[in-house]
Each structure stands twice: as structure tokens, then as C-alpha cells.
Design a binder for this molecule. Structure first.
Ligand code: NAP
Ligand code: MG
Length: 492
């Protein structure tokens, strides 16, 4: 059994903390992968100090050389892909094919960011004055903190760390307490790729303790956070109050709008994938199906058939379609929402309980659940559940569907199923989400395409794609006057 260590200033250091947490396989709680000692505040401080010391040298390293290290990490991740996918499934519970998909996304992101190292260009701007011009350069910020959740414990760290490093920052990485094993492997890969000591540091510690120490440290110039709204909003207040940059990607309550002409095979399969994939533990998970009355009965009948056919089990079995909730607390939260849905008067049409038998008793398994006749005021229509639970809201027409879809504090992802071009483009124009999908699931994204939400979901620059480096750099404007003469007249 592993005891995970922190990585500070290029050394793997065992924490002196007496507080330990076991890393448990949520498909079988007898299976303990390892133990973390929750880093002390002093250890968190040491990581920030190591990152501060390393900054000058890393900043002066040419961007393409920084990119080459990230490219090497991408190749090493590719070599370790299967091993990492197995760890991910055992640690977090998602199915092995979902884990492989997450690994591929991470490799793609690292490759893309490595390429960006040769494109960190500014612009040249003409002047109002003769023999003058201006140009801009993108410069790194300093030490940045990457604080990440457990649900994509490889991809999200990589999509923060890779652009941060390419841009010339040094990093303190604070992963979720629930997923230390994948975090350690990611950092080992960057180490093996040749990252200099102190440029990337890892602190395995509790968010409210070591995490707070990191995000409040004056040397930390920016914090990139992905996680829940309750933690994210507080973190944003703290970080922005001291004038540092902060980017928060938070929860979702993502709708699919299903119109009368929708291709029902495609709609049902895409909605099932979106709602039950990763056991509903995706920020982009489909949690509301907003269906026009004409096709609501048919949709409900077919989504129930699909949900009931879903093979639940240990994700390491290639035949499994849906794994467990990540831990006991998440599992209980989901079970609570199943009661809340019933009490609020929604009609439970399938699932609604813990899954047992067939080797499931030692895991945190919940049956894929569909509630019908959900109304927009019910809690299961408003709150992020983060479990395999779909709420069906019936509406009379497209206008009502739009109103219901936008009646939420969140704004991450959405989808529409129809072949009516006019309504597709009205939906695209009016839907209040940062990403939207036409005739495809609310989930998913590509490495070179910006990712993120609006409204209560996202604060700050978008991650990934052409916008990935915006957060990790600041712009310097340079005025050049090559007349060689003193200026005349008024200058403003
Ligand atoms: P979480 O509880 O908010 O934790 C996220 C991270 O913040 C963890 O590393 C956590 O550490 C740390 N943290 C907690 N309190 C902190 C504090 N006071 N100061 C500094 N760091 C602190 O979220 P989660 O339960 O891991 O993840 C699920 C949530 O993430 C869901 O709401 C989901 O929608 C959201 N999510 C959003 C996106 C997106 O792109 N929009 C993507 C994926 C997930 P500990 O683990 O030690 O508590
Ligand atoms: Mg948590």
C-alpha cells in the first residue's frame, strides 16, 4: 500500500502530519489503494517558497524549451496511458473506457499546450505618430496555484498545469483529497519529462487547511480553481480581495431541450450518456430533460428502458457501463436527493435506490434514476446532484422550453435535439450557457476548444483552446519611438 508524498522543490517528501486519509476504491471499499498524510500548513508554505525561488529561472527559459518539456510529458503520458487509466478507475470509480478517454483528452491538451509555446505572440500596433509603433508581449504571472476536483483527476490538472508552465509560471498543485494516486503519477510524469526543481510542486492536503494556506499566500499571483460553487465563491472572494487573479469553474445543471421532430434514437442515447455517464459526476452532465408534451411519453418510456438496461458495476470490468459514486459522502448526497425528489412530488419512473447484489454491496452504487413531471421549482430541477439522476420537465412548446432551460443559476452546458434550423439558431442565441451542443450530448469537449461556463458556473477566463494562456499571462504594452527627437505639442 502506498503512502503518497508531497513534491516540493524537486524532492518527494513524506509529510510530517499525523492526519491520514485512506484512498479507497469506491467500487469495493475493502480495496485500499494507499494513504495520504494531509500536508501541514508549513509544508504548503514550503511548496509556495520553492515555486517562488524557481520562478526567475523558469521565466527566463525560452517558451519553446518550456513547451518541449510539456511535449515530453504528453509522450510519457501516452506510454503510461493504460497504467494511469487503471489507477484512475480504481481510485475514482469511472469505467475503464471513460478513464482511457480522460487520458486521451489529457494527452491532447498537453500536446496542444506544447504547440502554443511557439505561438505566444503579441501584436504589433501602428501609431498615430510618425516613426512610432507599439507592440505587446505576454508575460508570466509568477507562482500560480492549481486547485482541482476529484471527478476528472487527470484531465483537469493537466489542462491547468500545462498552460501555466508553458506560459512561464511556476505551479503549486493541490488536487482533491479523494484522488491522490493520479495526482502523484501526473507529477512524476512531469518530473521525468525534465521539469526543473521547484517549477511544479504537489501538496496533498485538505482544502480548508493546506489549500487555504496556498491560495492566501501573497506570492501566489493567480489561482485556477475547479470545483463546487460553495468552495469556489469563497475562494474567489479571498483571492480577489488581495488583488490576485482568480478563475473558477464550478457546478452545472445542464439542460437538453427535446422538440417534437427530434430523432428519438439519437436523443435517448445522447441523453442517457450525458445523464448516467461517469455516474452523473460530470460538471457537464445532463440533469434536466426539457421535453415538449407531444413526445414526452415516448421519450420517458425509452429513456427508462435505456436506464434499466445500463450495466452497473466495477469500472475495471470492460462490460460495465456505469460505475459507483466516488465516496460515501457523495453517495449519501445522491440518496438524499432521491428522497427530496419524491417528497417534492416528482414521479419516480425508474431507479431511485442504491444498487445491491451481483458484487455491488461493497460499493457506492446508485441505480440510474429518472423522475418525470418535475416542475422548475423543485430542488431536483434546481440543485446540482452530481449523481445518475435525470429530471424530466414537460413543456407545451419551444418558448416555454427556453424559459425553463434558462431558469437556473448555472450556465455551463446545454443541448438541443431537433432538425429545425430556425429553432436551433434561436436556441444557440438565447441559451444562457458557455457551451452548447446541437443534436449531441451536453458532455464532452476537445483539447483545442475553449471550455467553461457563464452565470453562476464560471468566473474569469475560459480554460483550454485559444484562450488557455490568457489567464496565465499578463499583457505588457511597449511604445517605440525611433524618430530620435524630442516630441512637440501636447501628448495625452
Ligand atoms: P470541491 O469540494 O469544491 O473541491 C475542489 C477542490 O478545492 C479540492 O481540491 C478541495 O480540496 C479544494 N478546497 C476545498 N476547500 C478549499 C478551501 N477552503 N481553500 C482551498 N481549496 C479548497 O469540489 P469537488 O467535490 O472536489 O468536485 C465536484 C464539483 O466540481 C462539482 O460541483 C462539479 O460541478 C465541479 N466541477 C466543475 C467543472 C467545470 O469545469 N465547471 C469540472 C469538474 C467539476 P479537498 O478535496 O481537500 O476538499
Ligand atoms: Mg470535496
Amino acid at each position: 500500500m502506498d503512502t503518497y508524498r508531497n513534491f516540493i522543490g524537486g524532492k518527494w517528501i513524506e509529510s510530517s502530519s499525523p492526519r491520514t486519509v485512506n484512498n479507497i476504491n469506491p467500487a469495493n471499499t475493502d480495496d485500499v489503494l494507499g494513504t495520504i498524510r494531509q500536508a501541514t500548513r508549513e509544508e504548503a508554505l514550503a511548496a509556495v517558497e520553492a515555486a517562488s525561488e524557481a520562478f526567475h529561472g523558469w521565466r527566463k527559459t525560452p517558451a519553446p524549451s518550456r513547451g518541449r518539456i510539456v511535449a515530453k510529458a504528453a509522450r510519457l503520458m501516452e506510454e503510461a496511458k493504460e497504467e494511469l487509466a487503471q489507477i484512475l478507475t480504481r481510485e475514482e470509480g469511472k469505467t475503464i473506457s471513460e478513464s482511457r478517454g480522460e487520458l486521451q483528452r489529457s494527452i491532447n491538451v498537453a500536446e496542444f499546450c506544447a504547440g502554443e509555446s511557439r505561438r505566444m505572440n503579441g501584436e504589433t500596433i501602428l501609431s498615430e505618430l510618425p516613426s512610432n509603433f507599439a507592440y505587446t508581449i505576454k508575460q508570466p504571472l509568477g507562482v500560480v496555484a492549481c486547485v482541482t476536483p476529484w471527478n476528472f483527476p487527470v484531465a483537469i490538472p493537466v489542462w491547468k498545469i500545462a498552460p501555466a508552465l508553458v506560459a512561464g509560471n511556476t505551479v503549486v498543485f493541490k488536487p482533491a483529497t479523494l484522488t491522490p494516486a493520479t495526482a502523484v503519477r501526473i507529477v512524476e510524469i512531469f518530473e521525468q519529462a525534465g521539469i526543473p526543481p521547484g517549477v511544479l510542486n504537489l501538496i496533498l492536503g485538505s482544502g480548508s487547511d493546506a489549500g487555504e494556506e496556498i491560495i492566501n499566500h501573497p506570492a501566489v499571483k493567480a489561482v485556477s480553481f475547479t470545483g463546487s460553487n460553495s468552495v469556489g465563491i469563497r475562494l474567489y472572494e479571498q483571492v480577489s480581495r488581495r488583488g490576485a487573479k482568480c478563475q473558477c469553474e464550478m457546478g452545472g445543471k445542464n439542460p437538453v431541450v427535446i422538440l417534437e421532430d427530434a430523432d428519438m434514437d439519437l436523443t435517448v442515447e445522447s441523453t442517457a450518456q450525458g445523464a448516467f455517464g461517469s455516474s452523473g459526476q460530470r460538471c457537464t452532465a445532463t440533469s434536466r430533460a426539457i421535453v415538449v408534451n407531444e413526445v414526452a411519453d415516448e421519450f420517458v418510456k425509452r429513456i427508462v428502458q435505456r436506464a434499466e438496461s445500463m450495466r452497473i458495476g466495477d469500472g475495471s470490468d470492460a462490460k460495465t457501463e456505469m460505475g459507483p459514486s466516488v465516496d460515501e459522502s457523495q453517495f449519501k448526497t445522491v440518496l438524499d436527493y432521491l428522497n427530496i425528489g419524491r417528497e417534492d412530488g416528482a414521479r419516480l419512473v425508474c431507479g431511485g435506490e442504491r444498487a445491491t447484489g451481483d458484487g455491488l454491496d461493497k460499493g457506492y452504487f446508485v441505480r440510474p434514476t429518472v423522475f418525470d413531471h418535475v416542475t422548475p421549482d423543485m430542488r431536483i430541477a434546481r440543485e446540482e446532484i452530481f449523481g445518475p439522476v435525470l429530471s424530466v420537465l414537460r413543456v407545451k412548446d419551444f418558448d416555454e422550453a427556453m424559459a425553463v432551460a434558462n431558469d437556473t443559476e448555472y450556465g455551463l452546458s446545454s443541448a438541443i435535439f431537433t432538425n429545425d434550423a430556425a429553432r436551433i439558431f434561436r436556441f444557440v442565441d438565447e441559451i444562457e450557457t458557455g457551451m452548447t451542443h446541437i443534436n449531441s450530448p451536453t458532455t464532452g469537449g476537445e483539447a483545442h476548444i475553449p471550455f467553461g461556463g457563464i452565470k453562476g458556473t464560471g468566473i474569469g477566463d475560459r480554460e483550454q483552446g485559444s484562450t488557455a494562456l490568457d489567464f496565465y499571462t499578463e499583457l505588457k504594452v511597449v511604445y517605440v519611438d525611433y524618430t530620435g527627437r524630442k516630441r512637440e505639442g501636447n501628448l495625452y
